[in-house]
Design a protein around this ligand. Sequence first.
Ligand code: SF4
Length: 359
Amino acid sequence: MFGTEAYGVELTIDADETERLLSVEPADVSSAPELTFAKNVFIPLTTACRYTCTYCTYYDPPGAASLLSPDEIEEICERGADAGCTEALFTFGDDPDDRYTEIYERLDELGHDSIHSYLRQACEIALDCGLLPHSNPGDQTREQMELVADLNASMGVMLETTADVQAHGGPRSKSPAQRIATIATAGELDMPFTTGILVGIGETATDRAESLLTIAALHERYGHVQEIIIQPVVSNERWRGGSPDLETMRKTTAMARAALPEEVSIQSPPNLAPVDELLDCGIDDLGGVSPVTDDYINPEYKWPALRELERIADTAGVPLSERLPVYDRYVSSEWLSPRIEAAIDADTEAGRRFRSLLG
Ligand code: SF4
């Protein structure tokens, strides 16, 4: 039995349900009839993070962390829009803490008292350039999310795992309950949401099942989870713990497909996961491909070119379709703010491009 009541979110996962999910094998799920992807530009707004996850090469320590300037954000967005992207993918470390004095001084110079206030300006820049913002700002309070919700087509945070693992440990430990609360807050705010699990960071198979069932329970409550990412941890300069083996990835991906209703996409990132070997495990989305920026989360693993996505779809024998950062079923006033709806409805080149991708 897994449960949480922290941060005002009450959730209980039954042990029988966990056992049932643990019995799922790849042969129990169907291959998807189509694969999808989105074209995005990666915009690492800040590399400051209050946490120090032991597998992460994204964050920089105080003194080395960066904050993109408005001009840099605009330049990346313009390059992305010119290349035909639809999504401005804003990535963060989690809230910078008191150690990052330079980041706060820089924010102050720019007229902001918080990173979320600056994110709001960054989203405005992206929308002005003809891109739809999708922000991944880590854990968020309701107040923080409300500050930027109307300027995002969708948002995301990886749950990673419901387990307390050493990889999140240390003096500033990331808390699963806080992530669960962030996903629940997105549901309360009707924000289409992307989440996922990180495989191989010290969690057990039971933890993976409980994590997937937690996401499923949140989706059942709010209907807002548009996709979940099944991501293996990979070796890098900070992580020497290795990656999960193929059997684990296949089983976990199949468990994800079985845990979530059909409308929720299962994403496998081709730059990190052995996608060719997962095509029969229920994946139906290949995530974002960026023609103009590196993958800043995992800079050692380049995004594959679009050609590579086409090759994967050919291998699967299914069509490949481009999608928006918000899935089609959420493109309505029930889910999107007037500002995002207006961007999609606009009689502009960007608006026409957005509408051409809707099914
Ligand atoms: S994984 Fe996320 S929360 Fe953890 S250190 Fe990296 S950026 Fe921060």
